[in-house]
Design a protein around this ligand. Structure first.
Ligand SMILES: Cc1cc2nc3c(=O)[nH]c(=O)nc-3n(C[C@H](O)[C@H](O)[C@H](O)COP(=O)(O)OP(=O)(O)OC[C@H]3O[C@@H](n4cnc5c(N)ncnc54)[C@H](O)[C@@H]3O)c2cc1C
Length: 361
């Protein structure tokens, strides 16, 4: 059986690796760029799972599946590839601001406990004792999620690619998929690329923002729109707070992500297009994200900005993210796209869902 995967961000790479473990499948992955360049290359890798407000249905199930799978996936990939994937196992600390509804958090803690997960509410005294770097007059406490994680999305994607290659998957980078010619009304049996045509029994569209054009050609347009995110890397030169406890900290939707060696990723802005699909980065918004990080952790004021970057998140228009399942009207085209703000978190669960679809047919 031949499977063609279009797009090698974290989602396409996770699918390739997951399917590479199913015997009898020949897999080819196409990307017009090298791996992990588009949205994946800009992501902060904060895996908002247990601490997310999703408590039921598919949105929660996918988060839970991914959180569980990451615990085995990272050591598995490191063993196959010999690479190290930076994976912060010290949890996520979400700062509570005066304005926030504390009842909501208490309810979430009770639900997570009933689901078998840990989640703790800290008062300001506990926060001060455990995370002395946080010092903000409006922070009234925090919620600590010890089982949530953060990882380096590029390192993860490159490891997924290498592990999949190890299992026989072919990758064609610098190759654009131009069209998906249809032979029968409900089937597409080949993939037309800038490097020629290949036949395929299954086609998986994990092309992020490129998914719109590919599906539009098939008259089943899945409208994926860009939402810009800007982020920056600060160099403090030493670790803030307790060097042995460096969780990812989040407050008012701003992440402060320790990446080791006294460097921190800070982000990200959420900027919608105002004119068609064009979005010009708003520098004031990035400055405000940095300012908020400093207001939570004042020591960061003395840090130096060593890098700023931006990326476009693939957001499905008019429907919930992500979009996973058959392309309407086609029995052998699967969509794995539109992961918007949580593609890194949801990549393992997405890959498992795609694998189920293929092996159950
Ligand atoms: C600043 C920022 C911070 C973020 N932080 C987080 C976070 O903390 N946690 C989290 O879970 N998520 C985060 N995200 C979201 C996350 O980055 C995305 O949800 C995720 O990367 C989507 O992965 P993907 O593989 O679907 O898409 P992409 O990474 O965009 O990959 C799609 C690929 O398809 C290729 N492609 C498209 N069309 C074609 C074609 N016709 N032929 C060949 N190749 C094609 C592209 O070249 C690209 O490589 C963040 C995003 C941004 C921008």
């Amino acid at each position: 059986m031949n499977v063609a995967i279009i797009g090698c961000g974290v989602v396409g790479a996770a699918i390739a690796y997951e399917l590479s473990q199913v015997p009898g499948i020949k897999i080819t992955v196409f990307d017009r760029q090298p791996p992990a360049q588009a949205s994946t290359g800009a992501a902060l890798g904060v895996l908002v799972g247990i601490i997310s407000q999703k408590v039921k249905g598919k949105a929660w199930q996918m988060r839970q599946t991914s959180v569980q799978r990451y615990e085995t996936l990272i050591p598995e990939l490191e063993a196959i590839t010999g690479r190290t994937i930076p994976f912060n196992r010290q949890g996520i600390l979400s700062l509570c601001l005066e304005a926030e509804n504390s009842e909501l958090w208490e309810k979430l803690v009770a639900i997570r406990h009933s689901q078998g997960w840990e989640l703790e509410i800290w008062d300001t005294a506990k926060l001060q004792q455990i995370c002395p770097q946080v010092n903000h007059p409006q922070v009234t406490g925090a919620v600590y999620s010890p089982q949530d994680r953060q990882l380096d999305p590029t390192a993860l994607t490159l490891a997924l690619v290498e592990a999949a290659q190890h299992h026989g998957v072919t990758f064609q980078f610098g190759v654009t998929v131009l069209s998906l010619p249809t032979t029968a009304a409900t089937k597409c049996t080949s993939v037309e690329t800038t490097a020629g045509k290949i036949t395929a029994d299954w086609i998986i569209i994990s092309a992020g923002l490129g998914s719109t054009a590919l599906t539009a050609q098939l008259e089943q347009k899945i409208d994926i729109r860009p939402v810009l995110g800007q982020a920056l890397q600060l160099r403090l030169g030493h670790l803030q707070g307790n060097p042995d406890f460096q969780p990812a900290i989040t407050g008012n939707d701003v992440h402060i992500v320790p990446i080791g060696g006294g460097d921190y990723w800070i982000g990200a802005t959420v900027e919608f297009p105002s004119n068609g699909d064009e979005i010009l980065p708003n520098h004031e918004l990035l400055a405000s994200v940095k300012q908020q990080a400093i207001s939570f952790c004042p020591e960061l004021a003395s840090a130096e900005i060593i890098r700023t970057w931006s990326g476009l998140r693939p957001r499905p228009e008019g429907r919930p993210a992500p979009v996973i399942g058959e392309l309407p009207g086609f029995s052998n085209i699967l969509l794995a796209t539109g992961h918007y703000r949580n593609g890194v978190l949801l990549a393992p669960a997405t890959a498992m869902a795609i694998r189920e679809k293929i092996i159950s047919q």
